[in-house]
Design a protein around this ligand. Structure first.
Ligand SMILES: Cc1cc2nc3c(=O)[nH]c(=O)nc-3n(C[C@H](O)[C@H](O)[C@H](O)COP(=O)(O)OP(=O)(O)OC[C@H]3O[C@@H](n4cnc5c(N)ncnc54)[C@H](O)[C@@H]3O)c2cc1C
Length: 359
């Protein structure tokens, strides 16, 4: 049996790709059920990573039915309210980075799996090697034996310690997340200002991102260096309309210090266990994590299918390529995170999107 710990985008994609190849797997997820917690905002799935994984999983049609082309719209401003760039997605634009609600992606993956594949309310506790696999222990005292243990249990992975001592470290920045629900009705002026997709405002030492979700919620985030003082005016001196946008939030602020794993992390091969997604390579949240988790899952699923009866050969095939891709993406993500900081972030980002413009 293949035991996948974690039913995020990575774990569910792996279960689905294995199912497509007629290989049984069980996903052990700590949430009590599919509705146990809100799934958060949108993900943009890229053609060559997240979307490629969905093609491998045979779910491209289902994805296109819920993907939000207009979610690719972008407005880029500086904190004085000057609009620097506006890109509206034409109706016939290619779906290079369409947005999908996290909840829609999860529903789509869950619906593609045989009933019972996901064992809800299963909190991984620890695991011990046995001949040809692992014995896995859960917090409620239950135990399963598996031939391959896959840690798809995210940033604070417990499975990770079976292959490496590496732990995520604070990367130096913090994001503050909140939201405005039913924005077209409750805040029509602000909703029109944000538009159909992404609305980014760059100040001297922080930026605000607003993002329209498919259900009419506007997700809000402020990213800054260090630890924020929540009692201070976070947008002091910013344009009044942008301050109004943050002030209109109707959800408590969630403070997220950004943690990362070392760039280029590797580990010696361990029989019977491997990792994928954030468990393997946690990087700054600049739009790659879910894409990469799903691509890892597709590659691991394909490798398992290509080596019938030899899971160690499959993992030996999967891990080096996954780790080297992760190292490259982590370097790129760190560079993008750097681009988003500093007093001239607005113009660095503008040049990133419009390299032909010389100022
Ligand atoms: C604010 C923010 C915005 C982001 N935006 C984007 C974006 O636009 N695009 C993008 O590609 N990425 C984005 N990311 C990154 C993305 O969310 C992650 O990289 C992605 O979810 C990783 O997928 P995963 O399957 O590896 O892990 P996760 O999605 O973290 O899933 C892990 C699962 O394991 C379960 N689990 C954890 N511990 C246990 C346990 N002990 N036992 C059983 N189950 C357990 C959890 O409940 C969870 O369901 C963003 C991240 C943040 C924080």
């Amino acid at each position: 049996m293949i035991a996948i710990i974690g039913g995020g985008p990575g774990g569910l994609t792996l279960a689905r790709v294995l199912h497509v190849h007629g290989i049984d797997a069980a996903v052990f997820e700590r949430d009590a059920g599919p509705e146990a917690r809100p799934q958060g905002g949108m993900l943009d799935l890229h053609t060559d990573t997240g979307q490629a994984a969905l093609r491998t999983a045979g779910l491209e049609r289902q994805f296109l039915a819920v993907a939000r082309r207009e979610g690719q719209d972008m407005r880029l401003l500086d904190h004085t309210g000057t609009l620097l760039l506006q890109e509206d997605t034409p109706d016939d634009a290619p779906l290079a980075r369409p947005e999908i609600d996290r909840a829609d992606l999860r529903d789509l993956l869950l619906a593609s799996l045989p009933v019972g594949t996901v064992r809800w309310g299963s909190v991984f506790s620890h695991a011990a090697p046995r001949a040809g696999g692992y014995v896995v222990h859960f917090a409620d005292g239950s135990v399963v034996e598996c031939d391959l243990l896959v840690g798809a249990d995210g940033a604070n992975s417990q499975v990770r310690s079976l292959v490496t001592d590496a732990k995520p470290v604070y990367g130096g920045s913090t994001t503050l997340d909140s939201a405005i629900h039913d924005a077209d009705r409750t805040q029509p002026e602000l909703a029109a200002m944000v538009g159909r997709g992404n609305y980014w405002v760059f100040g001297p030492d922080r930026h605000l991102a607003a993002q329209r979700n498919g259900d009419g919620t506007i997700r809000l985030g402020i990213s800054l260096q260090g630890a924020p003082d929540l009692d201070s005016d976070l947008l002091d001196g910013w344009h009044p309309q942008i301050r109004r946008l943050w002030a209109a939030r109707d959800e408590p602020i969630v403070v997220r210090p950004v943690y990362v794993l070392p760039v280029g992390l590797t580990w010696p091969r361990r029989p019977g266990v491997t990792l994928l997604g954030d468990a393997a390579h946690l990087m700054p949240p600049v739009g790659e994590g879910a894409n990469l988790a799903m691509l890892d899952a597709a590659d691991l699923g394909r490798a398992i299918a290509a080596h019938p009866g030899d899971l160690d050969a499959a993992v030996a095939d999967y891990e080096p390529a996954m780790l080297s891709r992760a190292a490259e993406t982590a370097k790129r993500s760190a560079a993008v995170a750097e681009l988003l900081t500093g007093p001239d972030a607005a113009h660095k980002v503008l040049r990133f999107f419009q390299p032909q413009v010389v100022d």
